[in-house]
Write a protein that binds this ligand. Structure first.
Ligand code: ATP
Length: 775
């Protein structure tokens, strides 16, 4: 050893490390923080203990060989293998983790009930990627557990998880088997457990898939903060442990024996305290069940594990909030999926059938913001937990019950001083209080989202009313133009027919025929016009009334009391955090007390004081949450329930108005089409008949033709009526001119009508005002 070094310092040719504060200790080694002599870079140095050196040389070499072979972002990098100066023992130099292992993380109060969801999925993705690299290199790890997964932090601040500790690893092809025993008992495959822990003589062989079981136990542990299979008394009750893992049915993911010789509580679900959302649980539960399969016929192969892990981790999350049940949902879906699929997934969690769902984002219906066929990856990037899509049922105005609160229990504390027990109890108190803190935050978020949902719902309903009102305005204008047109047409028709009636016997006949031809259509048009009129007045007065009460007087908006419920300014979470920090300080003191062999009288008094303070702090934290936050949120929810019934009525009214306006628009279209038919039939028949009269006289129905025809009739010299004839002739000439003018007018009206029909057809494209767009 170098003379210049501190007594706790050790070194190799390129590294130096301090043995005073180990980063961690395993069964065969201690790991220390060290530095490179070359560039001062911090490193982790794994130094083998006596137990490590006792292993056969080839087993020791295997760890070096495996580490040399592996190079992957999810496997801890080997920097060097060097000889320690003085002892000549080999040390492994690795990249240093400042954050420790997953096991260390699970020991922290904030993770005592499992990791937060996004972090959990990172673990899953990274561990699966690391395992894939191991498989690609035909390596079996044989000691997968949270303590062998290190956390690193990437430059962008995100976590990177890496597999470490290849002391038990060796090369093994997929079809090969091994016999030696490795691993940590809680994570061992039942067959290996039987041999290694229960020491049964059977010479069972094990395949690469033993790692899959350990992965299942690890992923369960990371999701819940505790082990899946727990006999009463833990490691002391190994037969029961073996019984639990081997007797569990397929699909069971946990078995807990809570009392001595008591029954095992089997479960196919993750515990309620687990922090994963319902959406995440739906993915993770069958995944865990697949990994924790002890039936050799049903056991997964690695490929299955890789594809399932990939299926889970590539999904994108869409945040949904259901105000009527005050629940946040995370919908995990593939990026390329469309709205119909998203709605099916929402239906699975919310029980609102997809056809019944009303999805609102930022005051708009989601289907007005994104195309039905657009993939979810194109949805607004602003959709987040704080700004989710709100889902309502179109048909139900009832709200569900306020969701029950699921809190882990505080331990029952006695006043007797038992440092070991006290230490674990204070740790549990910290964990429960931390859980309450997170729940408080969530409760507060839900209160905020309820307020947000009211604002969005009001603006959605009002926007809808505004559109309906605008649309009604357009329809009113359109209807009155069509009505005016019909009246003008009828007037012009009457005028034409009167003229024809007094022109000649032929034209009078024609007039009668024309009247018969158009009478039905004309009556039909008048009938339709009055139907449109009455519908318009009915829907119009209803909409006018709603526009007055809602758009003008904002009644719905005013009925909501925004200040009920837990508010940011109440600082509930911060208040509970103060209690939590006090508990942490007690925990530090208790740990010190545990280290001391004997406590003095005064120290014991202080310890007792710490215990009673702890009890007070727990009561305070819980009652602040339950008595204030939850209570306030429940009151807010009840208020919302009353308000929503009215809001839903407004929505239903707007739906009905929308329907009535659509019916009105259809009737109006029918009316305009009939007008067009009337007009073209009138023109066509009139032209036909006029030309027939023209042909009778050998001329076209021109003024000259009529003149000639009239002269024929009246040019016999009857002097007493000559003046009269001439006068009639003059009248006829005027009438014919007028008829021609009428015909032109008719053409013009026809063009106008064509425009009206066109406009009618285009109504639904005008500024998106057609009510069918809201349907
Ligand atoms: N690269 C590293 N950076 C920081 N800490 C580390 C690193 N590698 C290991 N450790 C710490 O050292 C502990 C022991 O390391 P490791 O698991 O490799 O040793 P082991 O003796 O093989 O343990 P085991 O009992 O799991 O076989 C780890 O649990 C961890 O806390």
């Amino acid at each position: 050893m170098s003379r210049h070094l501190h007594s706790a310092s050790r070194e190799s040719s390129s590294y130096i490390w301090d043995t005073q504060y180990p980063l961690g200790q395993g069964a065969t080694s201690m790991v220390f923080r060290g530095r490179s002599k070359r560039d001062g870079e911090e490193v982790a140095v794994k130094v083998f203990t006596q137990a490590g050196h006792m292993r056969p040389a080839d087993v020791q070499m295997r760890e070096y060989d495996v580490m040399r072979k592996l190079k992957h972002q999810n496997i801890v990098s080997l920097l060097d293998i060097e000889e320690e100066i003085g002892t000549h023992n080999q040390v492994i130099v690795m990249e240093l983790s400042y954050s420790g292992t997953l096991f260390n993380m699970l020991e922290e109060p904030q993770n005592a009930y499992g990791l937060e969801e996004s972090e959990y999925f990172l673990v899953l993705a990274h561990v699966a990627a690391g395992m894939k690299h191991l498989r690609d290199n035909d390596i079996v790890h044989r000691d997968i557990k949270p303590g062998n997964i290190l956390k690193y932090v990437a430059e962008d601040g995100t976590s990177v998880y890496k597999l470490t500790d290849f002391g038990a690893a060796r090369e093994l092809q997929e079809e090969e088997q091994f016999m030696s025993l490795y691993g940590t008992e809680e994570y061992l495959h039942p067959d290996m457990y039987e041999r290694a822990v229960l020491r049964t003589p059977a010479r069972k062989q094990f395949g690469v898939t033993v790692d899959l079981w350990s992965l299942g136990v690890t992923f369960f542990h990371v999701a819940t903060g505790h082990l899946p299979f727990r006999p009463f008394g833990g490691r002391r009750n190994r037969d029961k442990m073996h019984e639990i893992t081997t007797q569990k049915a397929s699909g069971i993911i946990s078995g807990i024996q809570r009392s001595d010789k008591g029954p095992v509580e089997w479960s196919r679900e993750l515990p309620p305290t687990c922090r994963l959302s319902l959406g995440a649980r739906k993915l993770v539960t069958p995944f865990l069940a697949g990994l924790l399969e002890s039936d050799a016929d049903k056991v997964w192969q690695f490929e299955k594990f890789f594809t399932q892990a990939k299926n889970i981790t590539i999904k994108t999350v869409i945040h949904i909030f259901c105000p009527t049940s005050s629940t946040c949902w995370r919908i995990y879906t593939n990026k390329e999926n469309r709205m119909s699929h998203l709605q099916e997934l929402i239906a699975e969690q919310s029980e609102i059938p997809s056809g019944d769902q009303l999805l609102i984002f930022e005051g708009h219906q989601l289907c007005d913001l994104v195309d039905h066929l657009s993939p979810v990856s194109n949805y607004p990037k602003s959709i987040s937990e704080q700004s989710p899509i709100f889902v309502y049922s179109r048909t139900l105005d009832e709200v569900s019950k306020f969701p029950p609160v699921n809190l882990p229990e505080y331990p029952r504390m006695s006043m007797t001083v038992v440092p070991d027990v006290d230490c674990s109890q204070v740790k549990q108190c910290c964990a429960v209080t931390n859980y309450i803190m997170m729940d408080t935050e969530h409760c507060h978020l839900r209160s905020e989202l309820l307020r947000h949902s009211v604002r969005d719902f009001v603006s959605y309903v009002y926007r809808r009313y505004q559109h309906l009102d605008d649309y009604l305005g357009q329809l009113r204008l359109h209807c009155s133009t069509a009505r005016q047109w019909l009246q003008n047409f009828a007037q012009m028709g009457r005028h034409t027919l009167t003229l024809l009636g007094c022109l000649s016997a032929d034209t009078a006949k024609l007039a009668t025929e024309m009247e018969q031809i158009t009478a039905d259509l004309m009556n039909n048009c008048f009938e339709l016009s009055s139907q449109v009129e009455s519908m318009l007045s009915k829907v119009g007065s209803k909409l006018d009334r709603l526009a007055e009460s809602q758009l003008k007087r904002r009644q719905l908006q005013k009925e909501w009391k925004d200040d009920i419920g837990c508010q940011q300014r109440d600082r509930c979470k911060e208040r509970i955090e103060v209690h939590f920090q006090s508990m942490v300080r007690i925990m530090i003191l208790f740990k010190e007390d545990k280290r001391k062999r004997n406590m003095s009288m005064i120290e014991e008094q202080f310890h007792k004081h710490g215990k009673s303070k702890l009890t007070v702090l727990c009561t305070k934290a819980k009652s602040l949450y339950m008595g204030y936050c939850v209570d306030q949120s429940e009151r807010q929810f009840q208020e919302f329930s009353k308000w929503y019934r009215r809001a839903h009525t407004c929505f239903i009214e707007s739906e009905q108005l929308n329907l009535q306006l659509s019916e009105l628009a259809d009737k109006q279209t029918e009316f305009v089409r009939k007008l067009a038919k009337l007009s073209s039939q009138y023109c066509q028949s009139m032209e036909e008949k006029l030309s027939r009269i023209g042909n009778l006289s050998g001329n076209n129905a021109s003024l000259d033709g009529f003149k000639a025809q009239a002269n024929n009739h009246w040019n016999k010299p009857r002097p007493e009526v000559l003046n009269q004839i001439n006068h009639r002739l003059k009248l006829s000439e005027d009438a014919l001119q007028s008829l021609m003018k009428d015909s032109n007018l008719n053409r013009e009206m026809l063009t106008q009508l064509a425009m009206l029909v066109d406009k009618d057809a285009n109504m639904d494209r005008l500024d998106g005002l057609h009510p069918s767009q809201y349907g």
